[in-house]
Structures are given as C-alpha cells and as structure tokens.
Design a protein around this ligand. Structure first.
Ligand code: SF4
Length: 502
C-alpha cells in the first residue's frame, strides 16, 4: 500500500454497487478505506439486527471490491478519526475522498475532519439520492407538499408516464385503492431469507459480544448482506408481494408482521439497492402485466416520492429539527416501549416485534406507535430516539422527518399536512389486534375503554381551536359536537388519570 497516492473512505451506509468514488479509472492509484468502528455502533447504539446487517454487508462489500481488483484497507478501531489518521500514515496517502453523508450530523463531522486530518480532503455530493441530482423547486413562502414533489420527480425521471407525459392510469395517485383492511384469508409469502455465512456468523458473535444496545439480539438474522442477495430480495418482493402490496398497504395483523411489504428499506438505506433501479423494476412489473397500477404506483410513491421527500425536507430543517415540539408534549416515553409489557394489544404486538426483529411496517409505525405517542403527549425527542434505536432501517435523515415530522406533527405541519390521529375504530377496522385485547375498542370511557379512544377525544378537546383551523382536520373536530359537557369532562378525567399512571 506504500505507493497509494489517494484514498476513498466508504462508510457502512454507502455500500453502493456504483459508488461514484470507485470509478475503475482511479483503481491504480486509489485505496479504499472502510472502518468498522464503535463510532458507528455507539453514538446511538443500534438494534443488534441493524449492527449485524451493516457490519456484515461492509465486510462482504470489502471482499467484493478486493475481487474486483481494488486495494482495501478494512480497519476495526476506536473511532473514525483515529482510524483515518492511522490509515493515512500507513499508506502515505495525501488525499482523502469521501461522499457526503446522508445524515446531517455525520456531514458536520466530515467537515470537521478537514481540520483534524493531515491530508487534503475532498467531499463529493451524495449520489445515493435522486433529489441530489434533481430536486423540484420550492418557491419562497409556498410549501412544496409531497404530492407535487412526487409528480415533479416522476416527470423528471420519466416514471409511470404514457407517451404524452401524462400519468399511466390517468391518475397520479391511487391512494384511495390502497386501504383494504386485513383479511385473515390472505396468505402473504414471507420475504426470502439467507442463512448466515461464515462472515455473518463472525459478525453476529462480535455484535453479541460488543454492541451496547439493549435492543434485540442477532438471533434469526437472515437478511441480504451482498449485492446479489439484495437483488434476489428485490425480485422476491416484485414477484411474490408487489401485486397485493397496494390493496393491503395499510392493513395490520398480529401474525403477519410483513404482509405484502417489501422490507427493502434496510438494504436501500445502506446502498445495496439504488432507488431508481427499485422503481424501474416495479414499473417493469406493471408493463409486463404482473402487478396492478394501484400496487405499482403506491410502491413507487414510497420510493421516489416519500423517501426522497423526507431526505430533501430533512436537510432543509436541520439543525433544530429534533427539538421541535409543536404540541408541547412533555410526557416521558413509557417503560413498556422497552419491554412490550402492556395490556394494549396493538402496542404489545408492534413493540414486541420491533424489539425482537427491528422491524414493523410503516402503517404500524404511523397509526399505532406515533398515533399513541401523539395523543398521549409523549416528548417527541424521546419517541424519535426510540425509533432510531429500534429499527433496522433507522437513520436520522429518515426517522426524524417520519417521527417528529409526519408521525407526531411536532414540526407544526411542515413534513405532513395534518396530525395523523385516530381512535381505536381505525385500528379495529384495519387490523385484528382488537380481537385479542382486554380493552373494548368501541368504549370511549369506563374501565374497559380503549385508551386510544379517551386519549383521542382528549387530544381533540385540548387542541380544538388549532385543529379547527386545519381544513384536513374538519371531520375529526366535527365529531366533538356529539360529546356533551359531562362526557367531555369524563374523557378528560380518564385521560389525565391514565397519563398519570403511564
Ligand atoms: Fe389497541 Fe385499543 Fe384495539 Fe386494544 S382495543 S388493540 S388498545 S386499539
């Protein structure tokens, strides 16, 4: 390595097959440095499944680069800074390239390294997000909402358009066809699994030995850790679950943690799959007649719309995003978020599966976990930290806009357009959780009343004036007219007593 002139640092969330720093034209004079460091694991210790995924994928990526002829300095050490200094010293490399981090804080640290390292540093734009190549313009004073961001992205990248440039199917958005409740007769095919190889087994042992997270274990780890396996995971979703993804996108079930979801986010968020290739694969399934438009459009909207939108919005709201607390929510996160020990069956089931596997699908994140946290007035920062610690696909750029923004509306409605709150009626309609619950989803108050009910009405009463001003909250607030004064007081008393015990 003594003759290396320059280095390229590839962190664990940039394992892209076409990484812009790995152009073969540079191969003869560039050495790749990868650092498996507690900086990665300890800043917010991740769920053990996430730590296993990232570290195993990094090691496989390093091996693949070596097979492709790259020199790779794979280091395990105390910190990124210390390891980069040691790498530069040992290789004699005088220039260090890096791609801009997706997370804001990591980006700041990259810039600090310019002062800390005795080398020239060049940071190139992040090539893993489409909105870094093209982003719709937000006119001053007019918020660019998701729907128009999404349409602009589809137009620019030519996704699901007919020959005249109009949306295929005649609509931009088929959301109204994506709301079927859970049906116990449906039998989704579970995602493809990969038995751990020797590298993954070694990583699992290291994570169990060294990781500081109290979340989960490495047991049952079966995710893709190579590019080839990631492509198989994509194919498996397109063939087996995409056709029904749309119809059951919002459904929830106690025994079906995945239903028809793709579970591609953990792989996309570390770079093993690119957003446009995923979108093109789904689009091709539509053109081949293998999946209906409501599924394909709904899935593509998650990727080219929502995923890109939250990344784009996040970088416009940092720093200070984590401190947003529009509803002045000060209740600490209940202990049951770390144990799943609660009589509320929906929360018991969803939290239990997050603790065990690091995953629950998006509607459970939004309409069970965040819905509860919002109507119970739990501190947004606490909730956000729990999501960061708990999920296998968690990164600040995606968690914070989804939790503090959409889920808790703690940003006052910048990411979303309204607070997503619902009583037990919604959960009862969309899932089978209420069947196994000791609470009555139809009771608003009383000993058996579902806490989602009195907390929901309490939230409406507390913020009635503010909510009335939001045209999208009209129907919710109108429901208050059915509550007489005595019922209002009972709701508020029961909510206060419940929150005190929480
Ligand atoms: Fe959740 Fe309430 Fe249904 Fe129980 S009754 S599962 S707490 S929504």
């Amino acid at each position: 390595m003594k003759d290396a002139l320059e280095s390229a640092w590839i962190p664990g969330d940039q394992l892209m097959p076409d990484h812009p720093l790995l152009d073969s034209a540079h191969q003869s004079r560039r050495v790749v440095v990868m650092i498996d460091s507690p900086d990665q694991l300890d800043e917010r210790p991740p769920h053990k499944q996430k730590a296993t995924l990232m570290l195993s994928a990094m090691r496989h990526y390093a091996d693949a680069l070596r097979r492709a002829g790259w020199r790779v300095d794979y280091r395990e050490g105390a910190s990124f800074g210390a390891e980069l200094r040691a790498h530069l010293r040992e290789t004699g490399s005088r220039k260090l390239y890096m791609m801009e981090a997706a997370e804001w804080q990591a980006r700041q640290r990259q810039h600090q390294l310019k002062d800390d390292l005795d080398a020239e540093i060049e940071i190139i734009p992040n090539g893993h997000f489409l909105c870094e190549r093209f982003a719709p313009e937000e006119k001053s004073g007019r918020k660019l909402v998701l729907e128009f961001f999404y349409r602009a992205m589809r137009r620019h990248f030519g996704v699901l358009l007919d020959a005249t440039g109009d949306p295929i199917g005649g609509e931009w958005n088929f959301d109204r066809e994506n709301r079927k409740p859970y049906d116990s007769k449906i039998r989704p095919m579970p995602p493809i699994q990969f038995a751990p190889d020797a590298i993954t087994a070694e990583v699992m042992a290291k994570v169990e030995r060294e990781a500081k997270s109290s979340m989960g274990s490495t047991r049952g780890f079966a995710m893709a850790v190579t590019r080839e396996q990631a492509l198989q995971t994509l194919d498996d979703f397109i063939v087996h679950r995409l056709p029904q993804f749309g119809a059951f996108e919002d459904a929830m079930a106690a025994r079906e943690p995945i239903l028809f979801h793709s579970v591609l986010s953990p792989l996309m968020n570390i770079g093993l799959l690119g957003p446009l290739e995923v979108v093109r694969r789904a689009e091709a399934a539509y053109h081949a007649g293998a999946a209906p438009i409501n599924s394909v459009e709904g899935f593509i909207r998650q990727i080219i719309g929502w995923r890109e939108y939250v990344y784009w919005r996040y970088h416009r709201m940092m720093p200070g995003f984590h401190e947003r607390n529009h509803w002045q929510a000060e209740q600490p996160l209940p202990d049951f978020f770390w144990s799943a020990q609660t009589e509320m069956n929906c929360l018991h089931q969803v939290i239990g599966r997050v603790l065990e596997t690091g995953y629950s699908h998006h509607i459970e994140r939004l309409m069970v976990l965040c819905n509860f946290a919002l109507i119970a007035g739990i501190k947004p920062k606490d909730v956000n930290d729990w999501f960061l610690d708990g999920y296998v696909d968690a990164y600040d750029w995606v968690v914070t806009p989804n939790v503090i923004g959409l889920g808790l509306c703690a940003d006052g409605g910048v990411v979303g357009t309204k607070p997503y709150i619902a009583s037990a009626a919604y959960i009862n309609r969309m899932s089978d959780y209420c069947k196994g619950c000791r609470f009555d989803p139809k009771a608003r108050t009383g000993d058996d009343a579902c806490p989602f009910n009195f907390l929901y009405w309490n939230f409406l009463l507390r913020f009635e004036r503010q909510l009335r001003a939001n045209p999208r909250m009209g129907p919710n607030v109108l429901g208050l007219k059915h509550l007489n004064e005595a019922e209002r007081q009972t709701v508020q008393r029961q909510a206060a007593a419940f929150l005190k015990k929480l």
